[in-house]
Design a binder for this molecule. Structure first.
Ligand SMILES: Cc1cc2nc3c(=O)[nH]c(=O)nc-3n(C[C@H](O)[C@H](O)[C@H](O)COP(=O)(O)OP(=O)(O)OC[C@H]3O[C@@H](n4cnc5c(N)ncnc54)[C@H](O)[C@@H]3O)c2cc1C
Length: 414
């Protein structure tokens, strides 16, 4: 039976990206098998990201870029240039095609379409079970199976950023193609943070996305109703047809996933804990991390633990997760205060975890104090509660004392 040098379990964003770096860095004798249940030829998601320098994605895979972003809520709207940043969109179908082409140039790379049933390691080494067959590799890079969670000595939160998007075409010029609407809160909040995200490709074509931060997903019709209501209110009298739809969910959590499930099984991408918990952005982090992972593997080094934010950014994320999980309806006011008092570029820099203490103080000074002080208090008393309940990490919901606290989702699959 053939043993591959590397098996890439899941040929999505992280899998394809690591595979290409491995193919480029490894000797030609190193064989790489990429397994995915899908053909990865359809547009199963649309990625956006911002960058100050040249785009890390080739121009041919970028379908649109914007130099302005806007924010709206009922009480206030703003729109501004984000220079020196550019906000760019990549349709996943274009990116998969580009990556398949690049990988196709390496004869040592093999693709296999099939559903992976298990990823394990025994005395003979790691293997995947696919379609009832066992395929062995020396190292397996997993981006398709949920990874075990490391226990934290901190409060843990878990909610979903879930959304449905509609690619629409309107009967008349409707959108400003130079401006993407990053957040538009002019929609009912109910018990959670909810907003629209509008990415215009040209004056008549846009991706309109309804996004919710909550512990549980909505039934499909609820996304549709919110969308039709938004279109009626924001673009009254404009006729439109829906060309495509896309749906997704991204974990928003401070849980940390184990990098190594077993000695030679390494978790990457979302199941490797790469997603920024409070925003759901992961695309650029995955591209950057893939290079590092391949480099370590090829030089025989252990792959470092998943993305580690500077501890103060992890702390800020925890405070916001605490509020979003327990009192999600406050999100609208918090984001409104953030965008009202700060230039867009400072916010993007902050979300990149690239700001200085001074800039962070300027940001926090204008945010509503009460929910953050409450969240801070909960973080401070957590260690005291922990010392009284040794196993409380998995039992104590740090938001449970708050009104309308939401159930914590335990499913970590994505
Ligand atoms: C709809 C959506 C939109 C997003 N938009 C953005 C964005 O705009 N900006 C941003 O920065 N981040 C975004 N993200 C977050 C993140 O960038 C993406 O989820 C990214 O694709 C994660 O890469 P990954 O390789 O970890 O997972 P994936 O890209 O999902 O790859 C996992 C692969 O595993 C395969 N797989 C799963 N189970 C099995 C199985 N049992 N057998 C075989 N194959 C299997 C899947 O088919 C998939 O191809 C988005 C996420 C989603 C879901």
């Amino acid at each position: 039976m053939r043993t591959f040098t590397y098996i890439i379990a899941g040929g999505g964003c992280a899998g394809l990206s690591v595979a290409l770096h491995l193919a480029k860095l490894s000797p030609a004798s190193a064989s790489i098998l990429i397994i995915d249940q899908d053909t990865k030829t359809t547009n199963d998601r649309t990625w956006c990201f911002w960058h100050a320098d040249n785009s890390p994605v080739p121009e041919s895979a970028i379908s649109k870029s914007w130099s302005n972003l806007s924010f709206s809520s009922n009480s206030f709207s703003s729109q501004s240039s984000i220079a020196p940043y550019t906000y760019s969109m990549v349709r996943s179908a274009d990116w998969y095609e580009h990556m398949h082409q690049e990988l196709g140039a390496f004869p040592q790379v093999t693709f296999l379409q099939g559903r992976i049933e298990a990823i394990e390691e025994d005395v003979l080494g790691p293997f995947v079970m696919v379609g009832g067959d066992i395929v062995r590799g020396r190292t397996i890079l997993n981006s398709c199976k949920p990874a075990p969670i490391r226990s934290l000595r901190k409060p843990t939160y878990h909610l979903w950023q879930h959304f449905k998007g509609w690619w629409i075409e309107t009967g008349e010029d409707t959108f400003d193609p130079e401006t993407a609407r990053l957040m538009d809160f002019r929609t009912q909040q109910k018990d959670s943070t909810r907003f629209f995200y509008v990415l215009p490709i040209n004056p008549r074509k846009a991706l309109v996305e309804y996004t919710v931060f909550s512990g549980e997903l909505l039934e499909d019709g609820a996304y549709d109703r919110a969308f039709h209501e938004y279109m009626e209110q924001q673009f009254p009298g404009i006729s439109y047809s829906v060309m495509e739809e896309e749906k997704g969910k991204i974990p928003m959590t401070n849980r940390t996933y184990r990098r190594y499930t077993q000695a030679n099984i390494i978790n990457i991408g979302t199941v490797g804990g790469i997603v920024k918990p409070t925003t759901g952005y992961a695309f650029l982090r995955i591209l950057a991390e893939s290079k590092q992972i391949a480099h370590n593997l090829v030089s025989g080094k252990r792959v470092a633990e998943g993305h580690t934010s500077a501890s103060r950014f992890a702390f800020y994320d925890r405070l916001l997760l605490h509020i979003l999980q327990g009192e999600g309806w406050l999100g609208k006011g918090i984001f409104s205060a953030l965008f009202r008092s700060n230039p867009m570029r400072r916010i993007l820099k902050f979300l990149d975890e690239d700001t200085s203490w001074n800039q962070e103080l300027l940001i926090f000074a204008r945010l509503p104090k009460k929910p953050f002080l409450q969240a801070l208090w909960r973080q401070l008393i957590y260690p005291l509660r922990q010392s009284k309940r040794p196993q409380a990490d998995s039992l104590w919901n740090p938001t449970s004392k708050l009104p309308n606290s939401q159930r914590i989702a335990t499913d970590i699959s994505h």
